[in-house]
Design a protein around this ligand. Structure first.
Ligand code: C5P
Length: 242
């Protein structure tokens, strides 16, 4: 299975993002635009990035009432993003409405290519204890589940939902999800080269391990954005994925 490399453009100015993009010209990567860059770059910058032919993952992790989330996903799609994210905790009704809104926008000619909607399961920065504490605190709405069970529960939701194409999960949950759902698109952050700095990620894996366990795409930020030679860093990651 082919595993894509997604470079997280976690910057607070378009100058920094443009500088990195210009250094990576010609390399087969997807650019991830998260909230930080989106809020300073704005939609026009994203539109021009997609218009230049770049593959873009707009990672705004929508989580709202169904109507609001659905309208936001349609706007994200109009910018030409290939991937968009929504929090699975938003629930089935939010996902239903997103699917309907995308179909409606397509039928109305407002969008040409529907995006691949990815559901965010459990953020890779969580450790087990913190997750359990957080779930029991937030919720009291469901039984407390370990991360793996929670991720598998979310995977069931995604696999059964025709409007969601895949999910975001940590490398440590990929094999369990893959075993149950061989065809789900799995976008996997928390990737580090052997011996690299983990930063605030808690559940990490190397690119080749992630590919072997079944990641469809890996997301890498700081090991590339903070590298002295980002092009070389990207080439190293691509090499491990080849
Ligand atoms: O710098 P680093 O490689 O840790 O960046 C990982 C990127 O993936 C960040 O943009 C982060 O927001 C994103 N991400 C994540 N875990 C998730 C979802 C997204 O690390 N579950």
């Amino acid at each position: 299975m082919n595993t894509d490399l997604v470079v997280a453009l976690d910057f607070s100015s378009t100058e920094e993002a443009d500088r990195l993009i210009s250094r990576l010209v010609g390399l087969p990567v997807v650019y991830k635009v998260g909230l930080q860059l989106f809020l300073c770059a704005g939609p026009d910058w994203v539109r021009s990035l997609t218009a230049s032919g770049a593959r873009v993952f707009l990672d705004l992790k929508f989580h709202d009432i169904p109507n609001t989330a659905a309208r936001a996903v349609v706007e994200a799609t109009k910018l030409g993003a290939e991937f968009v994210t929504v929090h699975l905790a938003g629930g089935r009704r939010m996902l239903d409405e997103i699917a309907v809104a995308i179909e409606r926008a397509k039928a109305a000619g407002e969008i040409r290519t529907p995006p691949r909607v990815l559901g965010v399961s459990v953020l890779t920065s969580f450790q087990e204890e913190e997750w359990v504490a957080s779930v029991s605190h937030m919720a009291k709405i469901s039984e407390v589940r370990p991360i793996r069970d929670s991720v598998l529960h979310f995977a069931d939701l995604v696999a059964r939902h025709p409007g969601v194409d895949g999910m975001v999960c940590s490398p440590l949950e990929v094999s369990a999800v893959r075993l149950k759902y061989p065809d789900l698109f799995l976008m996997v952050p928390g990737i580090r080269l052997a011996g690299g700095n983990w930063n605030d990620q808690q559940r990490v894996m190397t690119p080749s391990e992630a590919k072997k366990t079944g990641a469809s795409a890996i997301v890498v930020g700081r090991p590339i954005t903070e590298a002295a030679d980002p092009r070389r860093a990207v080439e190293t990651f691509l090499q491990e994925l080849s």
